[in-house]
Design a binder for this molecule. Structure first.
Ligand code: PLP
Length: 388
């Protein structure tokens, strides 16, 4: 079923057969509109709310805080763009390593009278609580910091960052909205929304082997969204709910989160194997560390001197698929990897960087094949390598 050479799980992941089955089943049996008042509509609505209940329970929050959306891009945009309506403007603090679905709507807010300030990361790609503390000021309306970075796998210390924010809130006697993109964390590391103590979070199902085009917005307060329509999802996200996708996503969430312990063990074995092999080669710059501050599912490296496109093409010849950066930003004209740049990495390192990411069905054998192919590429292009 799964593609063994697929090492681009941060871009998207294959759907679980059980989730696909749900999708097909619900599409056929429950096609009625969840807003229809007759019994078939009510049945569909019941299923929708069962999914909400299950997602809330898995993510450790209440049902009323779960809103179904078309994915993280929409979830991020709902929160950020809602600030356009606000009468009192102020400052937005955003980490410079956010996904474009956070950074771009935040930058838009400038047009609405907000001041945008970027939070820098350290050389490990992490926003430290100290650096956040220095940036806090009275007029801050929103702080947006992601949990796991999609390019490097760096895990941000969200709980500590929230603690710093809460202390400051007490000092100024005012609330600050804390938003967190948790896309690359769900189904991979334990998520407890209650403990995270944030106001909102964005989730996409296709990153944890659910269907594409469906996701969750977690939100624990009231906001005035700029999107208006039929009033579904308690007016936070109008539009007919994609019930088959929502039920399938719930299935994927159940499977992935209940298997986290066993998945992590395999993922960590793969990471340690790749890390050690690459380290031993002594010719490749390793960007993602192999410690608890990084996701066990991603390794970003740079065979400095060999352009990313060359490595990508040579791997593809052997049916191995990796990425040279974010697939989501590959559409933008300016292809500089701002995440790696923010870590202080040189243009040379960035231009050769490749992102290897895997998932629950990847085996050590798949990683061994990847490694063997990578070693051959290094050998063939030795003359280009900058680290000898
Ligand atoms: N946030 C992060 C960290 C991502 O990696 C992605 C997709 O790559 C998104 C948001 C956007 O997700 P989607 O395209 O499903 O809306």
């Amino acid at each position: 079923m799964f593609d063994n050479g697929y090492f681009d799980w941060n871009a998207t992941s294959p759907i679980y057969p059980e989730a696909l089955e749900k999708y097909i089943d619900v599409s056929a049996k429950y096609f009625h509109n969840t807003s229809s008042v007759y019994s078939k509509g009510a049945e569909a609505k019941k299923l929708l709310n069962l999914s909400r209940k299950e997602c809330a329970s898995i993510l450790k929050t209440e049902e009323k805080n779960i809103y179904f959306t078309s994915g993280a891009t929409e979830s991020n945009n709902i929160i950020i763009s809602s600030l356009r309506n606000s009468i009192s403007k102020g400052t937005i603090l955003v980490s410079e390593i956010e996904h474009p679905s956070v950074l771009r709507p935040v930058m838009e807010l400038e047009k609405y009278g907000y001041t945008i300030e970027k939070l820098k990361v350290n050389e490990k790609g992490i926003v430290t609580p100290e650096s956040l503390a220095k940036k806090l000021k009275k007029d801050i309306k929103l702080i947006a910091i992601m949990l796991v970075n999609n390019e490097t796998g760096a895990i941000q210390p969200i709980q500590k960052l929230v603690e710093v924010t809460k202390k400051y809130e007490q000092l100024i006697n005012k609330k600050i909205h804390f938003h967190c993109d948790i896309v690359q964390a769900v189904g991979k590391i334990e998520i407890n929304l209650k403990e995270l103590n944030i106001n909102s979070a964005a989730i996409s199902a296709h990153k944890f082997s659910g269907p594409k085009g469906v996701g969750i917005l977690y939100l624990n307060k009231n906001i005035d969204t700029i999107y208006k329509g039929g009033g579904q999802e308690n007016n936070i996200r109008s539009g007919t709910e994609n019930l088959p996708a929502i039920v399938a996503m719930t299935k994927a969430l159940q499977i992935s989160t209940s298997s986290i312990a066993s998945y992590t063990k395999i993922a960590q074995t793969i990471k340690t194997y790749l890390y050690k092999e690459i380290e031993q080669l002594k010719k490749i710059k390793i960007i993602s560390n192999n410690d608890e501050n990084y996701s066990p599912y991603i390794l970003t490296i740079s065979p400095v001197g060999i352009p990313s496109e060359v490595t990508l093409r040579m791997l593809e010849e052997k049916e191995i698929y990796v990425s040279s950066g974010s697939a989501c930003s590959a559409n933008s004209k300016k292809k500089d990897n701002y995440v790696l740049k923010s870590m202080g990495l040189s243009k040379e390192i960035i231009e050769s960087s490749i992102r290897i990411s895997w998932g629950h069905s990847t085996t050590l054998k798949d990683a061994e094949k990847l490694m063997e192919t990578l070693k051959n590429i290094i050998k063939e292009n030795d003359f280009l390598l900058k680290i000898k």
